[in-house]
Design a protein around this ligand. Structure first.
Ligand code: PEP
Ligand code: MN
Length: 268
């Protein structure tokens, strides 16, 4: 698996955005309107605590009839947010067309969502679309606790020539009402860290918790376990968000949350 690993030298060579530690990514679950996205992103940038902006453009919803994302028309909004803030951007892609459209609008980093990682056909189609690009890609864990499937997605992208791959731990689904929306099952991402020691892995407390109250605890736990960063959802009006309303926080609350974390000191 050596060819997967991003050493600092490789990282510089391939202009990766994944190498910073801690890497803090935030933005709304979904881009809703141009105003909502731009205001969220400019307020995030004003905190000075965010390295990269996220926004869901195509949303994988459980049932039809729910808000399924604004689609490609949201990409120019994100491009504008990038120009206004100077921050790189990331979006979820699930199909070759998503990859093509995202790259056409200068999205810097792509991520594969949990519902896509479970499907080898989809992962392979995305991997094939990434051939001959040098865009960094995060891979979220699959919805259910299957490490081989997560590894398989890493291998499919690596075989397609993707040099900069990172992992996102977003927890694992179980049936019924549970403490977490997606149980963290920390031993599973820890095993991924053991297998891929040089691959960045960040934590997504928003989708683990499914609520606002648990975010800081999960974020702190991931720092204590030496994760490389965080992806946290934020929104200018969380209660009225069109998706994942319960777990989003305002940009200013996000900054407070980040200030409250105790960052792990590396021993030399
Ligand atoms: C998201 O990041 O908004 C999302 C849909 O996440 P996941 O794939 O982890 O469910
Ligand atoms: Mn979400």
């Amino acid at each position: 698996m050596e060819q997967l690993i991003t050493s600092p030298a490789d990282a510089a060579e391939h202009k990766t955005f994944l190498a910073k530690k801690p890497l803090i990514i935030s933005g709304p679950c979904s881009a809703e309107t141009e105003e909502q996205l731009i205001e969220t992103c400019t307020r995030l940038a004003a905190t000075g605590k965010v390295d990269m902006l996220r926004a869901g453009i195509w949303k994988p919803r459980t049932k039809p009839g729910l808000f399924e994302g604004v689609g490609t028309k949201g990409l120019p909004w994100l491009q504008k947010a990038k120009q206004l803030t100077g921050l790189p951007t990331t979006v979820e892609v699930a199909t070759p067309k998503h990859v093509e459209d995202a790259l056409a609008f200068e999205v810097d980093v792509l991520w594969i969502g949990a519902r896509t990682t479970v499907n080898p056909f989809s992962v392979q189609a995305v991997a094939d679309a990434l051939r001959n690009t040098d865009v960094p890609v995060f891979i979220k864990n699959p919805v259910h606790p299957d490490l081989e499937l997560w590894m398989g997605a890493v291998e499919r992208l690596a075989k397609a020539g993707v040099k900069n791959i990172g992992l996102i731990h977003r927890g694992f689904a179980s049936y019924g009402n549970t403490e977490f929306r997606n149980a963290p099952m920390w031993h599973l991402p820890i095993e991924m860290k053991r297998r891929l020691p040089d691959m960045p892995i960040i934590c997504d407390p928003s989708h683990i918790c499914g609520n606002r109250t648990g975010l800081a605890g999960i974020a702190q736990k991931s720092i204590d376990l030496d994760f490389d960063g965080l992806m946290l959802e934020s929104h200018i009006d969380p209660d009225n968000a069109w998706s994942d309303a319960k777990q989003q926080v305002t940009p200013e609350r996000l900054a407070e949350l980040l200030d409250g974390l105790i960052w792990r000191h590396e021993t030399t």
